[in-house]
Design a protein around this ligand. Structure first.
Ligand SMILES: NC(=O)c1ccc[n+]([C@@H]2O[C@H](COP(=O)([O-])OP(=O)(O)OC[C@H]3O[C@@H](n4cnc5c(N)ncnc54)[C@H](OP(=O)(O)O)[C@@H]3O)[C@@H](O)[C@H]2O)c1
Length: 287
C-alpha cells in the first residue's frame, strides 16, 4: 500500500495516473470530499479525508502503509511543518520507503519555498527510513495558468525576464518517474534531479507554442506591482506574496539554471519529453 499525501495537484495527479497503470495499491490523504471522489475516479483505491496539519489525521492515514509519496503544497508558509509531520508519522509507522517530491535546487536560500523543501529533505535523510528524494525542474504544464490570456491576447506574461533560461520537465515524465521509483527496486537511498532535455527562455517557449496555436505569441515581463495586486485579490497570504516576489527576482537574475536529462532518461529508460512535444500535445488538447 502506497500512501499519497498532497494528492490532487500538478505532481500528485500524474504520479497517481502512472501508479494506477502499474496496478499499485493506493491510499490518498485528501483535504475534501470532492477531491476524494476525483481521486477514486482516477483509480485510487482508498481515500481518507483529513488534514495534513493534523497529527491524528496523518497518523491514521499512515497506518499499515508500505510506502509514502509526499508532495507539499506550493507557496505555503508552514510547508516544512507539514512535511516534518508526515516524516515523523512515517518513522513511527516504520514504512519501507519514503519518497519526497521536492524541487530542483532546494539549496537556494533566497527563495523561501526552496529552503523549506531543504528542511524536509534534511528530515527525510535523518529519519532512518529508506528514502528517495525527487527534485523536479520547472513544470512545462505551468503555462496552463496563462493559457486563456495567451489565446485571447497573444501575450505570455511572466514577472521575470523573458530571456532567462529555465530548466524544464514534463509532469507526465515526473509522474512516471515517481511511479517507477515507488514500484521497482533499485531507487532507494538517492536524490534525483529530474529535468527534461530543454532549458528554454519564456520567449523561446512562446515561439514554440505560437507555431502550434497558429498565431503570434509575445513573451512579456509582467510588472511585479500589478502581479501583487492580482495576488492580493485572490487572497494570497503575505508570506506567499513575499515568496513569489523573491522567486520572480531570483529568476529575473539567474533564470532556473542548469538542467541535465541524464537521470530522468535513466529512470524512464527512454528520452524524456521535450518542450516541442509537450506544446503540441498541450495546444492540440485545447483546440
Ligand atoms: N510549479 C513548478 O514548476 C514546480 C517545480 C518544482 C517543484 N514544485 C513544487 O511541487 C509541489 C507540488 O505542487 P502542486 O501544484 O502539486 O501542489 P498543490 O496542489 O499546491 O498541493 C498538493 C495537494 O495538497 C492537497 N492539500 C491541500 N491542503 C491540504 C490539507 N489541508 N490536507 C491534506 N491535503 C491537502 C491538495 O490535494 P487535495 O485536494 O486532494 O486535498 C493539493 O492538490 C510544490 O511544493 C511546488 O513548490 C513546483
Amino acid at each position: 500500500m502506497i500512501l499519497i499525501v498532497g494528492a490532487s495537484g500538478a505532481v500528485g495527479i500524474p504520479t497517481i495516473k502512472a501508479l494506477v497503470k502499474r496496478n499499485a495499491d493506493l491510499r490518498a490523504l485528501t483535504s475534501n470530499e470532492k477531491s476524494a471522489a476525483n481521486l477514486r475516479d482516477i483509480g485510487v483505491g482508498e481515500t481518507q479525508v483529513g488534514d495534513f496539519r493534523s497529527n491524528d489525521d496523518v497518523k491514521r492515514a499512515m497506518t499499515g502503509v508500505d510506502s509514502v509519496f509526499l508532495v507539499t503544497p506550493r507557496f505555503t508558509e508552514d510547508e516544512a511543518e507539514i512535511g516534518l509531520r508526515v516524516v515523523a508519522a512515517a518513522r513511527e509507522e516504520g514504512v519501507g520507503h519514503f519518497v519526497f517530491s521536492s524541487a530542483f535546487h532546494p539549496q537556494m536560500t533566497k527563495m523561501n519555498h526552496h529552503w523549506t523543501k531543504l528542511l524536509i529533505e534534511e528530515a527525510v535523510i535523518e529519519s532512518g527510513l529508506d528514502f528517495t528524494i525527487l527534485q523536479p525542474a520547472m513544470f512545462m504544464q505551468n503555462v496552463a495558468v496563462e493559457w486563456p490570456v495567451i489565446v485571447e491576447k497573444g501575450i505570455y506574461s511572466r514577472p521575470y525576464s523573458p530571456d532567462r533560461k529555465m530548466a524544464l520537465v514534463d509532469t507526465a515524465d515526473l509522474g512516471e518517474a515517481g511511479a517507477i521509483v515507488l514500484t521497482e527496486p533499485g531507487y532507494k537511498g538517492a536524490t534525483f534531479e529530474l529535468c527534461g532535455p530543454d532549458s528554454l527562455t519564456q520567449a523561446e517557449m512562446a515561439a514554440i507554442l505560437s507555431g502550434f496555436l497558429g498565431k503570434p505569441i509575445q513573451a512579456v515581463q509582467r510588472d511585479l506591482g500589478e502581479w501583487e495586486v492580482w495576488a492580493r485579490e485572490r487572497n494570497w497570504s503575505a508570506w506567499g506574496i513575499d515568496t513569489y516576489l523573491k522567486m520572480a527576482n531570483h529568476y529575473d537574475t539567474h533564470g532556473y539554471p542548469g538542467g541535465n536529462p541524464l537521470v530522468l532518461r535513466t529512470i524512464l529508460g527512454r528520452e524524456p519529453g521535450n518542450y516541442r512535444d509537450f506544446a503540441q500535445r498541450f495546444v492540440t488538447a485545447r483546440k
